[in-house]
Design a protein around this ligand. Structure first.
Ligand SMILES: C[S@@+](CC[C@H](N)C(=O)[O-])C[C@H]1O[C@@H](n2cnc3c(N)ncnc32)[C@H](O)[C@@H]1O
Length: 349
């Protein structure tokens, strides 16, 4: 020991580099395991931070989580070995967005858009102010959990819903309440009435995870890493965001109802009717005229339900139409899969 210490004293460079090596090992280890302590979140600091990947921070009707592997099979091959811009004009809960950001480090820039202003605010807050959001959301979560019984929790939920609908809020509080309502309302739905007010009832889920700090931080990092531009408006705006090089669009618009009563379509008060579906097709047809654009679009498979309803086959006759199995229909035995398919329409082979 004495020999070693004296060796270090005599060779400061050696001791410096050993110290540096130790420091780097610890740093890389903490990065890999995400064992960093987050100064703002008391709950988070109680436990080891888990290694979490970027994923949707809200439950959103029409989420693509269950379809991702099938969507993967239909992506253009060129994405594997070229840098590209990723554009998602109807981002919703972002299952495909976060999946793409995880899978493709060669995305040089991404653009997301949604017409729902509160949803877009949430993406911006998560990108730019994740720490403050975690602070406020975990405080709200603790207050909710401290309510003595189901009735008190229901009252608390209704009060938050009222604040969300009626009060001017800063962006962080707006996002905090959106995430709270999403976790505690019935079925994690986001639905508004004709006046644009959130109207989903209490979900009786008494112990939901409301503040998932790991996910918020992972999402924030992913949104910053890919330099994601976040827009609020109509899908057509995204055309202005294309850049030189390859642009890949993924469209997941509100689905066309399979019948008059079946489908959920109330993300915003404006209806996405057949005229809107046709306007979207026109937009896709214009994009198709540009050589550096590939696009893929999901929608409901209306003709599987009613063979006479060939709306999509007609309006997308110039493009490639495929069918994928929706989650509920997935069965190891293809003969038992039934007809719960969705359409995937592409402007490439
Ligand atoms: C089916 S959801 C998207 C689901 C999402 N891809 C996911 O995985 O969770 C459709 C989204 O389109 C948005 N939307 C509706 N009309 C729109 C429009 N004209 N322009 C842009 N977004 C619109 C809705 O707010 C909703 O979030």
């Amino acid at each position: 020991m004495r020999i070693r210490l004296s060796l270090y004293r005599r060779t400061p460079f050696l001791s410096f580099s050993l110290y540096g090596l130790l420091w780097w090992t610890a740093y890389v280890w903490s990065w890999k395991t995400k064992e960093v302590r987050f100064p703002f979140c008391p709950r988070q600091n109680d436990k080891k931070m888990m290694s979490t990947e970027a994923k949707p921070f809200l439950k959103w009707a029409g989420g693509k989580g269950q379809l991702l592997s099938q969507l993967d099979e239909h992506l253009p091959e060129v994405l594997q070995n070229h840098e590209f811009i990723y554009i998602e004009p109807f981002v919703g809960g972002g299952a495909m967005l976060f999946h793409m950001l995880r899978q493709f480090p060669n995305i040089t820039h991404a653009v997301i858009n949604d017409i729902n202003p509160h949803l877009v605010t949430a993406y911006r807050v998560i990108k730019e102010q994740p720490g403050q959001l975690i602070n406020r959301l975990s405080a709200l979560e603790q207050e909710y959990f401290s309510q003595p019984d189901e009735e008190a929790k229901r009252e608390y939920f209704l009060n938050v819903r009222n604040i969300f609908n009626e009060v001017e809020l800063d962006d962080i509080d707006r996002t905090k309440y959106l995430m709270f309502l999403n976790r505690t309302c019935f079925n994690g739905l986001y639905r508004v009435n004709g006046k644009g007010k959130f109207n989903v009832p209490f979900g009786r889920n008494l112990h939901p995870t409301i503040c998932n700090a790991d996910t918020i931080l992972a999402d924030s990092e992913a949104l910053n890493r890919a330099d994601v531009t976040i827009l609020n408006g109509d899908f057509e705006r995204t055309a202005d965001e294309m850049r030189d090089g390859l642009n890949f669009f993924y469209f997941d618009p509100p689905y066309r109802p399979l019948n008059a009563t079946s489908s959920f379509n109330s993300y915003v008060k404006e209806e996405f009717n057949d005229d809107e579906q046709t306007r979207l097709r026109d937009f896709c047809a214009r994009l198709n005229e540009q050589t550096n654009v590939r696009w893929m679009l999901s929608n409901s498979d209306c003709s599987a339900k009613n063979p006479e309803d060939t709306f999509f086959e007609d309006i997308y006759a110039d493009f490639n139409i495929h069918r994928v199995y929706a989650s509920r229909a997935i069965n190891a035995n293809p003969s038992k899969r039934g007809k719960l398919t969705e359409l995937l329409i592409k402007n490439y082979e």
